[in-house]
Design a protein around this ligand. Structure first.
Ligand SMILES: [Zn+2]
Length: 608
């Protein structure tokens, strides 16, 4: 949190015109009421980056980067909000306010973090120096074998934790480095009796930095065959491994230039790729990918190439990651490595040229990859295997949005299996209308259901959901633009608990909280302060749309809320239907059918 008052922030915001500011970085030309240019946040050839002088906002239709002057400076200079306020105050020649004292607690917390960063930095220097010592010969040889140059070792401050239990502890004592932060960072641990011991021993040490390049943790790799092969710092006040991608501070400019990011499993693969001149590579630190990591990537690019080990666990990890990446709105391709190899093996054996041309450029679209995985599961030489494969593949294809692609894949499968195309298409038809995952969440899964009365009402989910989404967009626009009194609407909406966009549940409670604390809603203020990209993206999207006329506002708001009531009923219907499907007890069924009947009546009543 900053010590700037809202008034001061407002003053700075008003003194920096967004078109002028962005015009210094991006060539903008007028287009209607807005200005248009090439997006500085993702690689593109046709402009989709729009700046609105009226709204004092920017919005990219390609990568959904959005915000105010402060967001722009924060994103381009990779600085925090208070730093952005300072920068723009200076740009507009507005003197900084007298520094108001922060709360004691906040001050202490910040001091603590600064100390932790310093201690990590000190430890990195220590390990780095140890790598030059005679006893680190094995570590140096290991790096040489993996082709990691001295230059990269220096740049990434790779190091060595010597063998023995108290090397780091002793160095800390010599250097008068406090012990407590070393414990908090997981570099040392207390002994059972007294004293401390080093957690990293006889390991190659790889500093793990955040996107701004600050060292937040270490990864240690053994040099022999002892276990664990990799040991990472535990999570700490600085290190949340689910929110971090290894190498992003180095790779980000390469990612923007390349227009895509390559995601690998471990930091050694990452270092190896950089060594071979492939800079747009980051690693997920060996753990399962998280949605926070996917969103982090999304800030830099729209396209990701997954490049995981070719072994079973690598493929499973890739499959798990796919969903998250797709959900974050990223386009994903999957690179397939030769059997048994990891990216590092492949690079060293075949070289960068081969890796770029044969592995990365030939990465498959997600569906092809998933089909390839399915093929492995069935024996396509038997009739049974063929039919099971077709059933599984159809289920997969049914989730595609694109009808042409669906048919094309079906044709391909038919050709491959030497079965009539009509057979595959018939199987595909069983799955009916493709429903996107969120549709399934919201309206109940309409797949694999028998045609009974119980399911008759859920049909054609796509246009229906679109209708709810439009209502939800409008309602939010009215609330955020303060065209209507938002509090009551928000409360009624929250009570309905029906959302066409799942992320809006959180947004609604955030808006209510903001109203409680600030009395008014200020969309721009929220854009600058909310630290959840999913929410800010949604906010920006809603704010970007044309405001609804004030005279119509109240009526439109009521209509929208009615529409969402309808959605709530539909969702209840879907839930009851699902229960019915599973319920065997006849008494229970009777009750459920009664409930269903009532809901259907309500639904009918609302249409009039
Ligand atoms: Zn963009």
């Amino acid at each position: 949190m900053s010590f700037f008052t809202d008034d001061y922030i407002e003053q700075v915001r008003n003194a920096n015109d967004i078109v002028e500011l962005i015009g210094e970085h991006v060539q903008l030309r007028r287009s209607g009421r807005n200005f248009l240019g090439l997006c500085p946040f993702h690689a593109e050839k046709t402009p989709s980056f729009s700046v609105s002088p009226e709204k004092q906002m920017y919005y990219c239709f390609g990568c959904h980067a959005s915000g105010t002057v402060f967001n722009f400076v924060m994103e381009t200079a990779k600085i925090s909000f208070p730093e952005a306020v300072r920068t723009l105050a200076m740009r507009a020649n507005i003197p900084l306010p007298e520094a108001a004292p922060k709360s004691k607690e906040a001050q202490a917390k910040q001091k603590e973090r600064q100390l932790l960063y310093r201690v990590n930095q000190w430890a990195a220097e220590y390990f780095h120096n140890q790598l030059r010592q005679p006893e680190a010969k094995e570590a140096r040889e290991y790096l040489a074998r993996r082709g990691i140059s001295v230059a990269l070792v220096e740049k990434m401050k790779l190091g060595y934790a010597p063998d023995g239990w108290t090397n780091l502890v002793a160095a800390a004592e010599r250097g008068r480095v406090p012990i407590a932060p070393l414990v908090k960072l997981g570099l040392i641990a207390p002994r059972q009796q007294d004293g401390y011991y080093d957690r990293f021993r006889a390991r190659l040490m790889i500093p793990i930095a955040d996107e701004r390049g600050r060292i937040v943790a270490f990864g240690g790799r053994v040099l022999d065959h002892s276990l664990p092969k990799y040991l990472n710092s535990p999570e700490s006040a600085l290190f949340d491994k689910g929110r971090l991608l290894f190498g992003l501070h180095y790779a980000n400019s390469f990612i923007r230039k390349a227009g895509n990011a390559v995601l690998v499993e471990g930091y050694m693969d990452c270092l190896s790729a950089w060594q071979f001149g492939i800079g747009n590579v980051v690693a997920s630190l060996g753990t399962a990918l998280t949605s926070a990591q996917a969103r982090l990537l999304k800030r830099y690019t729209n396209q990701v190439i997954l490049c995981y080990d070719a072994d079973g666990s690598g493929i499973r990890a890739a499959l798990r990651g796919l969903d998250l990446l797709l959900k974050a709105g990223l386009q994903v391709r999957v690179a397939t490595l030769p059997n048994g190899q990891d990216p590092d093996d492949c690079l060293r054996q075949k070289g960068a040229e081969y890796f770029l041309r044969e592995i990365l450029e030939k990465a498959q679209p997600v569906v092809d990859f998933q089909l390839a995985m399915l093929r492995r599961e069935y024996d396509l030489n038997t009739v049974e295997g063929k039919s099971q494969f077709v059933a599984a593949a159809s289920a997969l294809l049914a989730t595609l949005d694109n009808e042409v692609a669906k048919i094309a894949y079906a044709q391909q499968i038919a050709y491959e299996l030497q079965v009539p195309e009509s057979a595959v298409l018939a199987e595909l038809a069983k799955h009916g209308q493709a429903s996107r995952p969120y549709l399934r969440d919201k309206l109940g899964n309409s797949r694999n259901t028998t045609r009974s009365v119980e399911h008759a009402t859920v049909a054609q989910p796509d246009p229906i959901l679109r209708g709810y989404q439009i209502a939800e967009d409008k309602l939010l626009n009215l609330i955020i633009s303060n065209q209507v009194e938002g509090r009551e609407l928000l409360l009624s909406w929250q009570a309905l608990d029906a959302y066409a966009y799942p992320a809006d549940r959180e947004l609604v409670s955030l808006l209510l909280k903001e109203l409680q604390e600030e009395q008014v809603l200020d969309g721009r203020r929220l854009l600058e302060r909310v630290d959840n990209p999913e929410i800010t993206e949604r906010l920006a999207q809603v704010m970007w749309t044309e405001n609804i006329e004030l005279e119509k506002a109240a009526v439109v708001a009521r209509d929208c809320l009615d529409k969402l009531k309808h959605l709530a009923i539909n969702q209840s219907i879907a839930a009851v239907q699902e229960k019915l499907r599973l319920e065997k007890d006849s008494d229970e069924r009777k009750q459920l059918l009664q409930q269903l009947q009532e809901l259907l009546e309500m639904q009918k009543g609302m249409r009039h």
